[in-house]
Design a protein around this ligand. Structure first.
Ligand SMILES: Nc1ncnc2c1ncn2[C@@H]1O[C@H](COP(=O)(O)OP(=O)(O)O)[C@@H](O)[C@H]1O
Ligand SMILES: Nc1ccn([C@H]2C[C@H](O)[C@@H](COP(=O)(O)OP(=O)(O)O)O2)c(=O)n1
Length: 227
């Protein structure tokens, strides 16, 4: 049997990580893991259980408590917390505003990285894992590492499109919120958002989603052929 292929896709918000990762995994018959959803699930649990997310000591003490389970099918990704479906609640503005603070706490990251490595080890044909520190920290031996980028304007327009923001003021607010979250994620001490030295950077600003998917599939197939 062929050695499982491990694909790490990192980058800031709105660069196309989730859409690209799901499509690539589905096309190549690989498993899929959205690590951002796991950090969001942890954050949702903290908010629901009255943990002060701005107090790293409180967050650290609670980090072991929630049971977070991610489904690995790219065509129907699922996430549960303590057995309850969390896919809706993890996307609220409240969770988005708190997730960078929670994910900066080392005890939270230790727990998530353990889950992420276990998911990669269990994937029969291989897996596409998307996040911020997959190529640098979680799976440094990944077969293929991709770092997606896009201009803040393009990213704000994409995110704005999802929430129906069309007015210039709404787009500007979305852009500012993205930039603030990127700065927090890039500036934290423990495994910040960063491009691995051996990652291929793909600027998606001027590319369609289909072009990005094709580019990533080609990179994976080239690596597979070379092994
Ligand atoms: N290359 C692209 N061109 C235009 N829209 C895109 C592109 N890639 C992704 N999108 C759209 O942008 C939004 C954010 O994409 P997503 O995959 O969730 O990004 P990320 O996971 O990096 O935050 C989605 O609505 C998606 O359909
Ligand atoms: N590997 C990861 C993935 C996400 N995070 C944190 C930082 C991000 O702002 C949040 C949410 O990630 P997510 O990928 O859902 O973010 P967006 O889809 O870009 O809104 O989680 C992280 O610290 N490390």
């Amino acid at each position: 049997m062929e050695t499982p292929v491990i694909v790490a896709i990192d980058g800031p918000s709105g660069t196309g990580k989730s859409s690209t990762s799901k499509a690539v995994a589905a096309e190549l018959g690989l498993s899929y893991l959205d690590t951002g959803a796991q950090y969001r699930a942890m954050t949702w649990w903290m908010l629901s259980n009255d943990v002060d997310v701005d107090d790293p000591a409180q967050v650290a003490l609670a980090a072991d408590k929630p049971v977070i389970v991610s489904g690995s099918d790219p065509s129907a990704p699922t996430i549960t917390v303590d057995g309850a479906d969390a896919s809706g609640p993890i996307r609220t503005a409240e969770v988005t505003a708190a997730v960078s603070a929670v994910s900066a706490v080392p005890e939270v990251r230790r727990r998530m990285v353990e889950l992420q490595r276990a998911a990669a080890a269990q994937a029969p044909a291989g897996i596409v894992v998307e996040g911020r520190d997959i190529g640098t920290t979680v799976l440094p031996d990944a077969t293929v590492k991709i770092f997606l980028t896009a201009s803040p304007e393009a990213r704000a327009a994409r995110r704005g499109g999802e929430i129906g923001a069309k007015a210039a003021a709404d787009l500007a607010a979305t852009r500012e919120a993205l930039i603030k979250r990127d700065a927090a994620d890039s500036g934290r001490k423990t495994s910040p958002l960063a491009k691995a030295a051996d990652a291929v950077e793909v600027d998606t600003t001027e590319l369609t989603l289909d072009q990005v998917i094709e580019c990533v599939v080609t990179l994976i197939e080239e690596k597979r052929a070379a092994r």
